[in-house]
Design a protein around this ligand. Structure first.
Ligand code: WT7
Length: 656
């Protein structure tokens, strides 16, 4: 692949209104360009100034960037601070009584927590963790329902200098065990159950199952938040402790642990192109700075805003734009436990009206499913409080963008299409809403200080209109620091030798149009994007072959109207190829198996059985062929190197 052809053509332009532009934190393209120039002429000075403005330091840094051990960059390395202090304590004087969180539970009940209350609850829980022996640098796994307590757990961990690893509540016992084991966590924080869309999931039982799988000897205590009245199946007096009992007699003040700017704040696992998820390790100060700068520039934060990001804390979006970004800047935010379609597809619109939301950040997949379930529903609600909309997770198709703009935003709200990754920590490419005119489907321009480029295989920039690899050519404060326990993999994955280790390779293909706007075209590695979630094909394949029935498996993505991509698995059984009802039965069993091994999000939508897989003579599975077959498309790939051409016809007819 030299360069990649791009096909999308979209010329509609949506400039911000004069009113929005005038009031914006970065006003007009002049404002944007001035920031870019500053970053270009004095990179360290630019970031140093922002770090002094947006982060409260216990001990100020004297050095901005240390690149002597690239790609293990250090930012603000002699500074000391605490992220929880920055999110709570520093607001107490000016906005102690301001609502920090408007929490809406799955069943619609609403509670509010002020900054002062949140501060005391975080302090109490931090003291509770300390009483369990958790110290600076210890790992704490958080496997909780999306809600106030999950945020408290993260903040408390940050407060005492521990390193959290949040595991999304939809992951299975196996996935949880792998993450506990890789991080050698001392404490796991969970809940008896989660409630989403009216259904419960027994997190405590899954945690017990995970610990029972072995390899989790590091775990000393499991803290259990009581979300519902359901009694846990098992209770170990030695290992388990209820959240409410842990905090009961704890003081509601807790001096923060002052950490070094580079001390890790958290690990978050994400899929890559091997079977093993990567523990993306983030720093404290640089990461936090990334969240603050983008809250200000991209979300154009104003004190009067009611901000709502619909992600779950189990993902990076929930870390940067729920647990840290909005609290750091002192925002009032809505936190929603449930799903967009329960009790019906008007839930989001009803909540925007009820809480007078001004800033709404969601995913293209949610937008597409809500269009399908009721494209007119937003019109029944008063959405006039909205002033800014955002999307994240995958490219948004122009039709969905236009609907979001017109029907939800009433034609008046800029849309910030934010490109970023678990590894980047914060938004990287996105319109500044009071500056850039947006185009449906483009994430537009790199943020000031973010040196994004599109290059060919040799690392040379490609010309406009030509596709290439998206790279970042200078380190930035909120970047991933390493892969937990695997610095070699960090180097190889993100700073490959192909580019002399000098460019951060994002793993996406992209092109620039004639205005310099960036269009993301998709992943270049074996990573799928299903409903905005990253899934490694290898990870699903290893789960499948772990099943005693399966000899071999290959997983590919297939375009899907709502999810963006869906998972298709080609499976060769150890026994002969099943047909008819037999095939259906085994397919169902394998789908359940994957849900149990990884989680429901990784379940194949389709399973096809073959006697074999299409391979080259050297034994490499020809995935492009499998993708074509999954799509039902004409096979365009070169099949001359195929060892067993007859298999193609069989697989084509293998849909069940
Ligand atoms: C991958 C990162 C960043 C939080 C959510 C996902 C894709 C993300 C966009 C966007 C086009 C996007 C990329 C990226 N992606 N945002 N606005 N336009 N593609 O985080 O799980 O780390 O996935 O999501 O492919 O590499 P993640």
């Amino acid at each position: 692949m030299g360069t990649i052809d791009s096909v999308l053509k979209e010329n509609r332009l949506f400039p911000p209104s004069d009113d929005f532009r005038v009031k914006a934190n970065v006003s007009g393209m002049d404002g944007y360009n001035a920031l870019c120039e500053k970053a270009n002429s004095d990179y360290a000075g630019f970031w140093g100034e922002l770090a002094r403005e947006l982060v409260s330091w216990k001990k100020p840094f004297t050095k901005v960037l240390n690149d002597s051990n690239a790609p293990f960059f250090k930012w603000f390395e002699d500074g000391e601070m605490n992220v929880s202090y920055n999110c709570l304590d520093r607001h107490l004087e000016a906005r102690g009584n301001k609502v920090a969180i408007i929490f809406e539970a799955d069943d619609g009940s609403v509670s509010r927590v002020t900054y002062r209350e949140l501060y005391h609850r975080v302090c109490q829980f931090a003291n509770g963790l300390k009483s369990l022996g958790v110290k600076k640098g210890d790992r704490v796994v958080i496997y909780m329902p999306h809600g106030v307590e999950a945020i408290i757990a993260m903040q408390a961990s940050a407060r005492i200098g521990a390193i959290h690893s949040v595991v999304f509540g939809g992951f299975s016992a196996g996935a949880l065990r792998d993450r506990i084991q890789d991080a050698a966590a001392k404490v796991v924080i969970t809940a008896n159950e989660t409630v989403r869309g009216g259904k419960t999931t027994p997190l405590k039982s899954i945690t017990d199952e995970a610990l029972g799988l072995g390899g989790c000897d590091s775990v000393e205590k499991v803290v259990v938040f009581q979300r519902t009245s359901a009694k846990p199946e098992h209770w170990s007096e030695e290992r388990n402790i209820w959240w409410h009992k842990l905090v009961k007699d704890q003081a509601d003040e807790c001096e923060p642990e002052w950490v070094n700017a580079e001390d890790p704040l958290f690990i978050l696992y994400t899929s890559g192109s091997t079977g093993k998820p990567k523990g993306v390790q983030h720093s404290s100060a640089g990461y936090f700075l990334g969240t603050q700068v983008t809250m200000k520039w991209v979300f154009d934060y104003k004190d009067s805003d009611v901000y709502w990001c619909t992600a779950d804390v189990g993902w990076i979006t929930g870390h940067s734009y729920i647990a840290y970004g909005p609290l750091g800047i002192g925002a009032t935010q809505v936190v929603f436990e449930g799903v967009p379609t329960y009790p019906d597809a008007s839930r989001f619109w009803q909540m925007i009206e009820k809480h007078e939301v001004t800033t709404f950040y969601t995913a293209p997949t949610a937008i597409r499913s809500l269009i399908k379930l009721g494209g007119d529903l937003p019109k029944q609600y008063d959405l006039s409080s909205l002033r800014l909309l955002g999307t994240v997770g995958e490219p948004i198709n122009p039709e969905a963008w236009m609907w979001y703009h017109e029907v939800v935003g009433g034609g008046r709200c800029p849309i910030v299409d934010t490109w970023w990754q678990t590894e980047t920590g914060a938004n990287m490419i996105a319109p500044l809403p009071g500056a850039a005119a947006t185009k449906p489907g483009s994430c537009t321009l790199p943020l000031p200080g973010i040196m994004a480029d599109i290059v060919d295989e040799s690392g040379a920039p490609v010309e406009a209109g030509k596709g290439g690899f998206l790279v970042i050519s200078k380190p930035w404060p909120s970047m991933v620091r390493t892969i937990w326990g695997d610095p070699d993999r960090f180097k190889k994955t993100y700073f490959p030798e192909d580019y002399n280790g000098k460019l951060y390779l994002a793993g996406d293909s992209a092109h620039r149009d004639e205005n310099g706007y960036i269009w993301i075209m998709g992943r270049i590695d074996d990573v799928l994007n299903v409903s905005g979630h990253r899934l490694g094909t290898m990870e699903i394949e290893s789960a499948l072959v772990a099943n005693p029935l399966v000899a071999e498996a290959a997983v590919v993505g297939k375009p899907h109207d709502i999810k963006g991509e869906s998972v298709v698995a080609y499976v060769v059984l150890k026994s002969s190829r099943p047909e008819g009802d037999d095939a259906k039965k085994i397919a169902k069993e394998l789908r359940e198996w994957v849900a149990h091994e990884i989680g429901k999000i990784a379940q194949p939508d389709e399973i096809r059985f073959g006697d074999n897989l299409p391979k080259t003579r050297s034994g490499k599975i020809m995935r492009r062929l499998l993708r074509d077959i999954a799509k039902g498309a004409e096979i365009t790939a070169d099949t001359s190197t195929l060892e067993n051409p007859a298999i193609l016809e069989q697989l084509r007819q293998s849909a069940i």
